[in-house]
Write a protein that binds this ligand. Structure first.
Ligand code: GLN
Length: 533
């Protein structure tokens, strides 16, 4: 296509309606017609990025290949579209303001008063249009975080208004709302939707398409009413009912004709078939699996499942491709001790030790590792999970009493995990870890080699501490193999215990790169081993 088309997705009535999934689903449908699509998330908070946010505040922190700590919606975009995102796909108000203030200090606005309009809005628009430069994409789908009417999101809606006005034919706006069901009268209520569209109109934006989130089927009458009161075409009122799995949403949106209306609004001919063959093949596997595989995820944020979004989704992909239904047990690491581990972890086919920061719950993770190692239960340790595997091995196999990570016990006599040299001088907290994709060289004859089938792999990272190479010889002499090493820095990326059926720890995060059409081999193989157990 000669012009890049911009699609905005706003939300009303309530938060957490699933704008990210709707945006990703639309992206998938356009991509399935052969178009080049990218999804972007604009977050109205003041943090520069979500890297310093507690997962309980904002769910998982996702990491892009170029080392950006990003909103978890970018994970959905990558999993749905199977295309990598970058720093430019996630912008916060913090970054917008930081850029403008830096330019002000630099003197770029000399003599002028720097204001929300036009300076902040211009910067927002620049960041949206940046994805459309050099004709890299046919469609840029920009999701505006938050809910219409929030003070924080005003400059974003104003930017959308300006783009809709200035680039009429190349922009459209989808507004996602909620239609509650009143059990007492047995009715779906459209008033909240009407009010939220009015709010949007007051800010100068007329949505082209409404997507109604609902727990009950939206009748023709309800659609007509919404269309009439909100100035949208009848076929531009799209129902988004609850579904069993988020991977069903693109198919539902296709049935509702969301992609067709979008093309019409943007003046793009609807003349290409939508190829969802592979997607549907995955869905069939996901929906038709009868037998279960029972995986325990040991972590400290299990009370908010969004905190481990990418891990959960990777396990769902891997289970489906192994023709199993995932039975995921979320286990609070603080609850586990050496005494009760057998009871808590009993009956699991596989155990995954989650990444994390700080001391809370790590002794529980270490006890879970011990249980998995001694009972030969397939076990995957990710980042802090891998570090716990090393600590457990040092303590219980090498007999190094009190072995630890200096992150968790700075005065440990055996620093089997220690701060990376490059991190020693880092004082700033945000965006300062070892972040993004790095290479890892895999040792021949190892389990990990048979899984990847490659000598060099590239995986994403987010950490400050590393395996202490001073202990490598002792580990290897006692059976723990360091099977993946970063070729530039010698950093141990992978450890494995060949005498166990499946026991692998990775310093990187494979969960960030598992997608529906390209499930991650490490998860597939881990689940396979769990099934075979
Ligand atoms: N806290 C550990 C480190 O910084 C592990 C980080 C993680 O699990 N993402 O090295």
């Amino acid at each position: 296509m000669s012009d890049t088309k911009y699609i905005f997705v706003t939300g009303g009535v309530a938060s957490s309606l699933g704008k990210g999934i709707i945006s990703a689903s639309l992206g998938k449908l356009l991509q399935a017609r052969g178009y080049r699509v990218t999804n972007q998330k604009l977050d109205p908070y003041i943090n520069i990025d979500p890297g310093t946010l507690n997962p309980y505040e904002h769910g998982e922190c996702y990491v892009t290949v170029d080392g950006h700590e990003a909103d978890l919606d970018l994970g959905h975009y990558e999993r749905f579209l199977n295309v990598q995102t970058h720093k430019s796909n996630n912008i916060t108000s913090g970054r917008i303001y930081q850029n403008v203030i830096q330019r002000e200090r630099h003197g770029d606005f000399l003599g002028k008063t720097v204001q929300v309009i036009p300076h902040i809005t211009d910067e927002i628009i620049r960041n949206i249009k940046q994805l459309g430069t050099n004709n890299q994409f046919d469609f840029v789908i920009t999701e505006i975080g938050g809910t219409v009417g929030d003070i924080e999101s005003l400059p974003y809606i104003e930017s959308v208004r300006q783009m809709l006005w200035n680039m009429r034919k190349n922009c459209c706006c989808i507004h996602l709302t909620y239609v509650p069901y009143l059990a007492a009268t047995g009715e779906l209520k459209t008033k909240p939707t009407q009010h939220s569209v009015k709010e949007l109109q007051q800010e100068g934006v007329q949505p082209d398409i409404l997507v109604l989130r609902t727990e009950h089927p939206v009748t023709k009458e309800v659609r007509k009413k919404v269309a009439l009161f909100c100035n949208v075409d009848l076929d531009a009122v799209i129902e988004s009912a609850d579904v069993k799995t988020i991977y069903e949403v693109p198919i539902r949106m296709q049935k509702e004709g969301l992609d067709k209306v979008v093309l019409r609004k943007l003046g793009v001919p609807d003349d290409k078939p939508t190829d969802m063959k592979d997607w549907n093949a995955f869905l069939d596997k996901l929906n038709n699996a009868k037998e279960e595989v029972k995986i325990g995820l040991v972590g400290k944020y299990v009370k908010l499942p969004d905190a481990y979004k990418s891990i959960t989704e990777s396990l769902i992909h891997a289970s489906a491709y192994n023709n199993r239904k995932l039975n995921l047990k979320l286990i609070l690491s603080e609850d586990i001790t050496e005494e009760n581990s057998a009871k808590i972890l009993d009956g699991l086919d596989g155990i995954l030790i989650a990444p994390g920061f700080g001391e809370r719950g790590t002794e529980g993770k270490i006890s879970a590792v011990k249980f998995a190692r001694e009972n030969n239960i397939p076990c995957l340790g990710i980042c802090l999970g891998m570090q716990c595997m090393a600590i457990e091995f040092a303590r219980n196999v090498l007999g190094l009493k009190g072995a630890h990570s200096t992150e968790l016990d700075p005065s440990t006599p055996y620093k089997v995990i220690d701060i990376m040299e490059s991190q020693k001088t880092v004082l700033q907290k945000g965006g300062s870890m070892r972040l993004g994709a790095f290479n890892c060289e895999i040792k021949d004859g190892t389990l990990i080699k048979s899984i990847y089938g490659k000598d060099i792999i590239s995986e994403r990272h987010r950490h400050r501490f590393e395996f202490n190479n001073e202990y490598k010889a002792e580990f290897e002499a006692n059976g723990m193999i360091c099977s993946g090493i970063n070729p530039e820095t010698n950093l141990v990326e992978i450890i494995e215990l060949p005498q166990n059926k499946w026991f692998i720890g990775v310093q990187f995060h494979p969960e960030y790169s598992s997608t529906v059409l390209n499930p991650h081999p490490l998860f597939i193989n881990f689940v396979k081993a769990a099934i075979e157990k």
